[in-house]
Design a protein. Structure first.
Length: 365
């Protein structure tokens, strides 16, 4: 079913996008990684210009992060103080990222920059995951137990203005989380990713946070960073398409729930090498497709003269005339869908516990 996106001015197959979003969501839930660095390239392959793919995927990440963060909030596995410090850096990094984005967009090179950034990031992440996956399989086969050093000391730990973080039981310089957040925000603005692939390792090996607080705090940070990215992209470029965002969020949220359920029953480390090879293949595909990006944009740019329906015309006019309001509405949409999914999951989980039959102990038989 072909649908004309009034903002990006291209025809897309919405059911296919929903299926891809669902699959990426399953992978995210199974491996505990963000899906932005997979879903954005997929949107580009489907003919959506890279600058639009980045903006809409950032809005999608906002919805899925709200869903996951709400679950952790209900479980009280969040460090708000540490999260807000990272968000401060993330906000600064996002603004710098948007300035960079604007510069390359003005000189007509933003699509090439996004494609090259994904090509290198996927190559690096894919290679690291492949090496780790092969090592884990080898250690499991040989039954080797490796003691991991959770907290190493780097130059960043010598920074001034230390602050206590009671939830994580840490005494860190405020600049440590701010610098990490700055890098995450910068990449989020340019690439439309949540930054979990940087944030989670940094929380473990640099900040030294307790493992149980890391997923929730990472999602908490991603909410604010993605919201800022969404508003700035909507205001400066009017590149958010509500129909596309809704399809992406619904597919991702459903996929994450499925992936988490599968992850509870299987050892996901066994499939890490498969995901690594997938990332490398996507990186190679982006490298190849980069040579045809300009051609795709030229082919789709003529669709702007298409007669739009009343709803599509209203969406386009709203995006152009009141971009801030439009951006805020897209954020509210993501928040409603995300929180609604988390509450529904909690309700179904409680309902299942209530009706599951538990057999009496053997002593009572």
């Amino acid at each position: 079913m072909e649908y004309f996106l009034p903002i990006a001015e291209v025809y897309v197959n919405l059911p296919l996008i929903f299926i891809l979003s669902l699959v990426v969501g399953v992978l995210s839930g199974l491996f505990g990684v963000g899906g932005g660095f997979l879903m954005t390239p997929f949107l580009i392959f489907l003919g959506i210009p890279p600058s639009y793919a980045v903006a809409n995927e950032a809005n999608n990440i906002l919805g899925t992060s709200v869903s996951g963060s709400t679950t952790h909030w209900l479980k009280n596995t969040l460090d708000y103080k540490m999260g807000f410090m990272i968000v401060i850096g993330g906000a600064i990094g996002t603004v710098i990222g948007i300035i960079t984005f604007t510069y390359f967009k003005d000189i007509g090179k933003i699509n090439i920059v996004i494609s090259l950034a994904y090509m290198y990031i996927l190559a690096i992440i894919g290679t690291i995951m492949l090496v780790q996956g092969i090592s884990e399989i080898d250690r499991a086969r040989k039954k080797i137990i490796v003691k991991k050093k959770l907290h190493s000391h780097y130059w960043i730990h010598g920074l001034p203005l230390r602050m206590r973080f009671p939830k994580s039981k840490l005494y860190e310089s405020i600049f440590t989380p701010i610098i990490i957040g700055l890098l995450v925000g910068y990449l989020a603005a340019i690439m439309g990713i949540g930054g979990a692939f940087i944030l989670v390792p940094a929380m473990i090996y640099i900040i030294g946070m307790p493992t149980k607080l890391i997923p929730g705090t990472s999602l908490f940070v991603t909410i604010f960073v993605s919201a800022i990215v969404t508003v700035l992209h909507a205001f400066h470029y009017g590149s958010i398409d509500l129909m596309l965002v809704m399809v992406l969020i619904l597919g991702s949220i459903l996929g994450v729930q499925i992936g988490q359920k599968i992850g509870e029953k299987v050892d996901s480390s066994q499939f890490k090498t498969i995901l690594a090879m997938l990332l490398l293949l996507v990186g190679i595909a982006i490298a190849y497709d980069t040579f045809f990006v300009e051609e795709v944009i030229k082919q789709t740019s003529n669709n702007g003269s298409k007669t739009l329906g009343p709803i599509s015309q209203f969406v386009r006019d709203l995006s152009k005339n009141v971009p801030v309001l439009y951006g805020l509405f897209s954020i509210v949409l993501a928040l409603v869908l995300g929180v609604g999914a988390a509450i529904l999951r909690r309700f179904l989980s409680n309902l299942k516990k209530k009706f599951v039959f538990t057999a009496p102990p053997a002593s009572q038989k």
